[in-house]
Design a protein around this ligand. Structure first.
Ligand SMILES: Nc1ncnc2c1ncn2[C@@H]1O[C@H](COP(=O)(O)OP(=O)(O)OP(=O)(O)O)[C@@H](O)[C@H]1O
Length: 250
C-alpha cells in the first residue's frame, strides 16, 4: 500500500556490522535518511566508508542489525527474502558496478526477465523491453550475449533491466566503477535523463563527477553521514529548443 505523503524511502537508526575473518567491520553505524519522490541523491565517500553496505540495506540485499526501513510509508525491514525479491522486481530497480547480467541470456532476455517474473504478459514485456533498449541506443544488440558487449553497453542493458518494470526507486552502486571516462559520461547522462523524467535515484559513488549529476549529495564517512547537502539547482533541467518544444538536456 502506498502513502503519498510519506517519503519514498525512509531509514532510521540503521546499523550493520560485517563479521568476516578479521575484526568485525562496523560498516554502517547509525544512519537515518529520507528520500522524497523525484530526488536524485548521491552517497559519496572514501573506500570502505560503508556506502555499498548502506545501499544493500536499502535494497534488502543485506539485513540491518538494528534500525528500520520504510518504502512508500510501508515498513520494509521485516520483509522476508521472498518479499524483498518481489519488491526488487516491482518497486526497486538496482544497478551494480559489474552489471550482474545473466551471462547465458541474450540482451533481450536479460531485460525481459524481471517483467515476466513480475507477471507482465509476454507481449507487453517485449514491448517494454524494445522501447527501453531503443531509448538506450541498444536496438541492434537485442540478440547479443552480454560478453559480446562493451562495459558501457552492458551497463545500459543493466539499466534497462532495472527500469523495465518502472520501479519508483532506482538504486545504483558504483554504476560507472568499471567503465572508462566515456562510459562514465554516458551513465551520468542517462541517470540525469531518467531523473528529469521523475525517476527517484539513490546513487553510491566515490566519483565526484558522477555525484555532481545528483541534486543532493550525502557524504559518508566511517559508517555515518558526515554531510548532507542539496546542490544548487543549476540550469533548469528542461530547455526550449529552437522549435520552442521542450527537449531533454543531454
Ligand atoms: N561481506 C562483507 N564481509 C565482511 N566485511 C565486509 C563485507 N562487506 C563490506 N565489508 C567491510 O565493511 C566496510 C564497508 O564496506 P563497503 O563496501 O560498504 O564500503 P564502501 O564505502 O562501499 O567501499 P568501496 O567504495 O570501496 O566500495 C569495509 O571495511 C569492508 O571491508
Amino acid at each position: 500500500m502506498s502513502d503519498s505523503d510519506a517519503p519514498l524511502l525512509r531509514a532510521e537508526g540503521l546499523v550493520k556490522t560485517h563479521h568476516g575473518e578479521g575484526a568485525p567491520a562496523h560498516a554502517v553505524r547509525g544512519v537515518g535518511l529520507r528520500v522524497t519522490r523525484g530526488e536524485f541523491v548521491a552517497v559519496t565517500g572514501p573506500s570502505g566508508a560503508g556506502k555499498s553496505t548502506l545501499l544493500h540495506l536499502l535494497g534488502g540485499l543485506q539485513r540491518p542489525d538494528e534500525g528500520s526501513i520504510w518504502l512508500d510509508g510501508e515498513r520494509a525491514d521485516g520483509w522476508s527474502e521472498a518479499r524483498w525479491a518481489v519488491e526488487r522486481r516491482r518497486r526497486i530497480g538496482i544497478v551494480f558496478q559489474f552489471f550482474n547480467l545473466v551471462s547465458d541470456l541474450s540482451v533481450a532476455d536479460n531485460v525481459e526477465l524481471p517483467a515476466l517474473l513480475a507477471g507482465v504478459p509476454p507481449k507487453k514485456a517485449r514491448a517494454g523491453r524494445r522501447e527501453l533498449l531503443a531509448e538506450l541506443g541498444l536496438e541492434g544488440k537485442e540478440r547479443s550475449m552480454p560478453r559480446e558487449l562493451s562495459g558501457g553497453e552492458q551497463q545500459r542493458v543493466a539499466l534497462a533491466r532495472a527500469l523495465v518494470n518502472h520501479p519508483p526507486l532506482l538504486l545504483a552502486d558504483e554504476p560507472a566503477g568499471s567503465l572508462d571516462s566515456r562510459g562514465t559520461r554516458e551513465v551520468m547522462r542517462l541517470l540525469s535523463r531518467f531523473h528529469q523524467r521523475g525517476q527517484t535515484i539513490v546513487l553510491v559513488t566515490h566519483d565526484a563527477r558522477l555525484a555532481s549529476a545528483a541534486d543532493r549529495v550525502i557524504s559518508f564517512f566511517d559508517g555515518r553521514i558526515a554531510d548532507d547537502a542539496t546542490l544548487d539547482a543549476g540550469p533548469p533541467p528542461r530547455r526550449a529548443g529552437a522549435s520552442g518544444v521542450l527537449e531533454l538536456r543531454d
